[in-house]
Design a protein around this ligand. Structure first.
Ligand code: CTP
Ligand code: ZN
Length: 153
């Protein structure tokens, strides 16, 4: 095996590999998928070399298989993610993520006066533009643009 082919993060027997996460957003992905509260074995690597992204991060969650609805929530901050479903050491399925039509409780509204920033109200947005990413707040109707997106910690 050449050194290039060696895995930086060990292979898993069963579970999900989330590959091609922008390194800067690794911990946001962990938060959105609630991996910080997950008891399964989780390994990750970050600041790994990637031809496409420059640097990338990868997360491997043993014995966990996500619903598409759940993994689509990370498309906002990790649009190039490749999900690999592993069964008995083999990749049995590859999936991509796509931005959902509606986002609930994922990111903050850019309007400081919005009720979601003043009271304990969960944010809710309709995604108006999935390419440029532009989110219309359900409550104040103001737009939150891509460069304003702050993921709720
Ligand atoms: N993987 C793993 N455990 C396994 C099998 C695969 O952790 N038992 C990981 C690999 O390390 C890789 C990802 O799952 O990060 C996808 O595996 P594979 O399709 O074999 O790799 P590539 O061909 O490099 O896939 P891609 O080009 O889509 O990244
Ligand atoms: Zn708002």
């Amino acid at each position: 095996m050449s050194t290039e082919k060696q895995l930086k993060v060990s292979a898993i027997k069963d579970g999900t590999v989330i590959d091609h996460i922008p390194a800067a957003n690794l911990f946001k992905v962990i938060k959105i998928l609630h991996l910080d509260e997950c008891a399964n074995q989780i390994t990750f690597g970050t600041n790994l070399e990637s031809k496409k992204l420059g640097t990338k991060a990868i997360v491997k969650i043993s014995d966990k298989f996500f619903e598409e609805e759940e993994t689509n929530k990370i498309a906002l901050i990790a649009p190039d993610v490749k999900l690999n479903i592993i069964k008995d050491y083999e990749v049995v399925e590859k999936r991509e993520v796509s931005i959902p039509d509606e986002l609930v409780g994922i990111c903050k509204c850019a309007n400081p006066k919005c009720v979601t920033n003043v009271e304990n109200v969960k944010t809710r947005f309709m995604v108006e533009d999935k390419k440029k990413i532009s989110l219309r707040c359900h409550y104040c109707e103001k737009l939150t643009e891509q460069d304003q997106i702050v993921v709720i910690a």
